[in-house]
Design a protein around this ligand. Sequence first.
Ligand SMILES: *Cc1c(COP(=O)(O)O)cnc(C)c1O
Length: 397
Amino acid sequence: MEFQPSARAQKRIHLSVPHQTGRELSAVKEVLDSNWISTVGPAIIELESRFSELTGLHAVAVSNGTAAMHIGVKLLDIAPGSEVVCPTLTLAATCNPLLYEGVRPVFIDSERRSWNLDPNLLEAFLKKRARANSLPSAVIVVHLFGQPAEMDEITQICRRYEVALIEDAAEALGARFRGRPAGVFGDAGIYSFNGNKIITGAGGGMLVLPSAAAADRARFLISQARDADPEGLNNYLHSSVGYNYRISTLQAAVICEQLGVLTERIQQRRRIAFEYSEMLRDIPGFDLMPQADSRLHTNWLSVFLVDQSQFLMSRSDLIKFLNAADIESRPVWRPLHKQELFSEFECVGGDVAEDLHARGICLPSSSNMTRDEREFVVSRIREAHARTGAIGAIGAM
Ligand SMILES: *Cc1c(COP(=O)(O)O)cnc(C)c1O
């Protein structure tokens, strides 16, 4: 199918791009002037203390969200060959660290209220496994697109079965569940400052932990696992495998600067999602992802579900149609149980995640996109609906 857009934007409208405050350069300059061009320095200490304040936990800055997840998993000392539960509807980065450690993911489907890990399926699975005396070592929960999962139920279930809980809040910095920040409910929480996230330092990640001992261990692991030298000679002594997962001071300085406007960025992202929804209210079969109660959904991405029987154009054709108009969009994550890499692993359910993937579309959501750009996106979506409808009507004649 060839798509000929009838109008074009000035320049390509991307999905999610960095949004500077304008003070990043001076933050970086300050680091350069101090000569702390390093993976240690005041900017990192500052960033970690800001996250400690935000979460009430110990915070360890790392090079990216995937590294944070890897260390979070390592801290649980999970034996190779054991299992960890993970939602199937997420980015592979949630789960790759399990493979690094030889741990087997068990995927669980989403529920429709928040699109996240289904607590009912989780409970049934753990119940069955408890009876068979083969409980998984941990549960990973993901707060997808900025919307917290059902944390009341999930934390209770994990406590009941005494299974550790890791929160992937990479997409949900600033989101809240019953007033508490996403990322603080489990034994570890992770955040990402990748370039497409709500705030960024080009890259970067954060691991938050309730235990000071775990934070010390994390710092040890991310800096080459260097043991203390009893001779006091500053020898490099090693008894465990180490990593170089530290963040740079330049990144930390940029993230600190952007953290100052996080609340504003959340408001902007939410406004974009609700504006799309409002402007497309009269278009049938095109609905904003649910906004579950008792929580603040940041709407990091504006995600919609396409019902082709009403919208008429399919989700996939709509992505191509928008692309031809220089508008970047993409499907909701392809479930991990449908990925070749993870095909050997068990999946509990999967129909909901498959449906959300098949019908979900992420629209341009940058907090610095203009109202004009939003209106252009909306006009193209209207055009897609009207044109396909007209073709359908001709076909029916
Ligand atoms: C972005 C993201 C990550 C990984 O973060 P990076 O900083 O890109 O390594 C992990 N999980 C989810 C759900 C993400 O969206």
